[in-house]
Ligand binder design. Structure first.
Ligand SMILES: [Zn+2]
Length: 309
């Protein structure tokens, strides 16, 4: 582990200890300190793990994005939502699906567009997007089921972003879905993404939002801290600033948090072990989820942007 003296996002030395927490998701041993930057308000793990320590925090049999592709009803629902909202679906369907429209990852998706999903895991999102009609590419530095991705025709490379050899300006759409918070050097990643994006391309980045009601209520038990896998926890405000500084123009901010912000955090707070209670709590907390998203206080955001120049 290495101790940071400056904020990993803005570089300020005005940082202080915020709280200590544990890995309540996958059970990594030990406690971890979270610090707060007084200038940009990002919350970050300090000390941070070395590269070789990081892999140990992602057990292949447990980490969600490295598991097999789900081709069942949940995936079919998301494909249907994409067709409805981005493929010219009819108005009645749009109205009927509106209570669960937050499940669709909003994109200006047109059939045939070339998309790169960075940190694609086993390719769940790419599987759904291929079914929708996009030309899909992925990058995943961790382990994933190569036989399955090959069988599904998903072009996923087993390497990190900095080692890719794609041509400059070759993608219409680049997605970074709940990945930025896992990276130790966000500036470097954003600069590479900018170089791979076409001039009129769209970049969609999604992260947990620490400036949210769920974080305010649950603090160190807020489940989206996902300690120790999230190295930097962003807010809507500091991510906006970071993207602008990296040469992007913000087009839209979408608050698409889910009931799990309350149900799983609730379970962490009271130390319940089983996950069976989550489903009941999800239903109870669904109306509150709609309210916090409308008030821009949801704990998950998706920012759409394009190159500023
Ligand atoms: Zn900072």
């Amino acid at each position: 582990m290495k101790k940071l003296k400056n904020c990993p996002l803005c570089g300020s030395s005005k940082i202080h200890f915020l709280y200590k927490n544990q890995d309540k998701n996958l059970g990594s041993k030990g406690s971890f300190n979270q610090d707060l930057c007084e200038i940009c308000n990002c919350i970050f793990l300090n000390p941070q793990p070395e590269k070789k320590e990081v892999l140990g925090f992602y057990p292949k049999d447990k980490y969600y994005s490295l598991q097999r592709i789900d081709k069942g009803s949940k995936a079919n629902l998301k494909i249907e939502l994409c067709k409805t909202y981005f493929g010219g679906g009819n108005q009645l369907k749009k109205i009927l699906f509106s209570p669960i429209s937050f499940l669709a990852r909003g994109a200006k998706m047109k059939k045939g567009l070339k998309v790169l999903d960075i940190g694609s895991g086993s390719g769940q999102f790419l599987y759904e997007m291929k079914k929708f009609g996009l030309d899909v590419y992925g990058l995943e530095p961790g382990e994933f089921n190569r036989d399955e991705t090959k069988k599904e025709g998903l072009k996923i490379e087993n390497k990190p972003l900095e080692k890719t050899k794609y041509k400059k300006e070759s993608f219409d759409l680049i997605t970074l879905n709940h990945v930025l918070e896992h990276l130790e050097n966000p500036g470097l990643a954003l600069s590479k993404i900018k170089s791979l994006l076409k001039k009129d391309g769209l970049f969609i980045v999604a992260v947990p939002n620490s400036r949210s009601l769920a974080h305010f209520l649950f603090r160190k038990n807020w489940y989206q801290l996902d300690t120790p896998r999230h190295l930097i926890n962003y807010s809507d405000k500091n991510l906006n600033r970071t993207l602008k500084k990296s040469g992007f123009r913000i087009l839209r901010v979408r608050y698409n948090s889910r009931p799990s912000q309350f149900s799983v955090s609730f379970r962490y707070l009271f130390g319940f072990k089983g996950k069976s209670i989550d489903k009941i709590l999800d239903v109870i907390f669904l109306p509150l989820t709609w309210i916090v998203n409308a008030l821009k206080l949801g704990d998950q955001i998706e920012i759409w942007c394009e190159k500023a120049h």
